[in-house]
Design a protein around this ligand. Structure first.
Ligand code: NAD
Ligand code: ZN
Length: 356
């Protein structure tokens, strides 16, 4: 089968790899119909991690079930399904508590390929209704970024009437903006410096703040009668090389006792690390202000399974349309160019769907 394979920093290629196949009775085999390029791929793409050459990329998938293991009871051949990026077992100590993002037993197979083996298929494969193909662009967002944006708002504690500031209008930030809107936030403010991405935020009624032109903390205070936002979401990237400007911006623009949800991945092994703290993989957050204001903060990967069913049902009921951020639909053969463009944040390039 064809797959997107890592060749080294800033280089992926579509090559032939052995077909994925059923290995255990609880596996299902999925023919991937759509996969997305994600900001998380860029940590490997840009060479910031120990990802080995020759490994397959990709983790945001939906498709059609083509084969099931002997122990699979719920999922059937022919079902259209969407798969969480964090595959889990469903029965370890963490999964039992809904923390499938911290499953103790199971790791996903990579997946920007034609076929995907899904362990514990009954648990992981979320079945879709008859509108699966018509809304493929929406449902594929359930594999990662819609639940991840939603998780940022959950950790921040967004409730109806809140004002919410989101640091970054990338795909995940835009999903956080959509989630805050769905939850009934009165005011959603999105900070970035890419006009095309800020325009997407405005399309769903958010206030765009261009931090290359204005001081974002002041802009949030101006929008909230000087109090600060009730909640803040951090979906950028926390690099050990840099002072975490976005996180400190949130600490300073969220009100006393407000909440912050951090889903932007922290990258400790940064080849460009300079300075003592950075070399130790640490960042200088403004903890004093955070503490003094009595803010809460939640961090980490999103437990996709906790949210994807309810978000699926919102899409099915036409109450959420995450596909508004899709800028490019491409075939698997065009993946190398698409990674280059997404990595460069080329103008107009937001979320790329790779169709097979
Ligand atoms: P992206 O890189 O396309 O988007 C990030 C956006 O943040 C960009 O538009 C960039 O301009 C903006 N930004 C960065 N620094 C900024 C600053 N100082 N001020 C204003 N804007 C700034 O990536 P994405 O696909 O949206 O993903 C975002 C992050 O979420 C990545 O780190 C990704 O790994 C992470 N992620 C986490 C989870 C999880 O489970 N926690 C899941 C998916 C993605
Ligand atoms: Zn992703």
């Amino acid at each position: 089968m064809k797959a997107v394979v890592y060749q080294g920093p800033h280089d992926v290629a579509v090559t032939d790899v052995p077909d994925a196949k059923i290995e255990r009775p609880t596996d299902v085999l999925v023919r991937v119909t759509t996969t997305n390029i994600c900001g998380s791929d860029l940590h490997m793409y840009e060479g910031r991690t120990s990802f080995e050459k020759g490994r397959t990329f990709g983790h945001e998938n939906m498709g059609e079930v083509v084969e099931i293991g002997k122990g699979v009871e719920k999922v059937k051949v022919g079902d259209r399904v969407v798969l969480p990026f964090n595959i889990s077992c469903g029965f370890c100590k963490n999964c039992e508590r809904g923390l499938t993002n911290y499953c103790l037993t199971t790791q996903p197979d990579p997946s920007a390929a034609e076929l995907l083996r899904v362990p514990f298929g009954d648990h992981n494969a979320l079945r879709l209704g008859e509108d699966a193909q018509d809304k493929e662009n929406d449902y594929v967002m359930l594999s990662d970024i819609f639940p991840t944006g939603y998780h940022a708002t959950e950790m921040a504690g967004v409730i109806p009437g809140d004002s919410v500031v989101i640091a970054g209008a990338g795909p995940v930030g835009l999903m956080a903006a959509l989630s805050a809107t769905i939850k009934g936030a009165a005011k959603v403010m999105v900070v970035d410096r890419h006009p095309d991405r800020l325009a997407l935020a405005e399309q769903i009624g958010a206030i765009a703040i261009d931090d290359s032109k204005v001081d974002p903390v002041q802009a949030v205070l101006d929008e909230t009668m000087g109090l600060g936002a009730d909640r803040g979401c951090e979906p950028t990237i926390l690099r050990a090389t840099k002072i975490p400007a976005t996180l400190n911006m949130l600490i300073n623009s969220v009100r006393f006792t407000g909440g912050i949800g951090t889903v932007g991945v922290f990258v400790p092994q940064d080849p460009g690390a300079k300075g003592e703290l950075a070399k130790q993989g640490k960042v200088a957050i403004d903890f004093g202000t955070h503490w003094f204001k009595g803010q809460t903060m939640g961090n980490g990967q999103a437990p996709v399974k906790r949210y994807n069913r309810r978000l699926r049902d919102l899409i099915a009921a036409d109450k959420a349309k995450p596909s508004w951020i899709v800028s490019h639909e491409i075939s698997l053969d065009q993946a190398a160019d698409a990674y280059r463009n997404f990595d460069a944040r080329s103008e107009g390039w937001t979320k790329t769907e790779v169709l097979s």
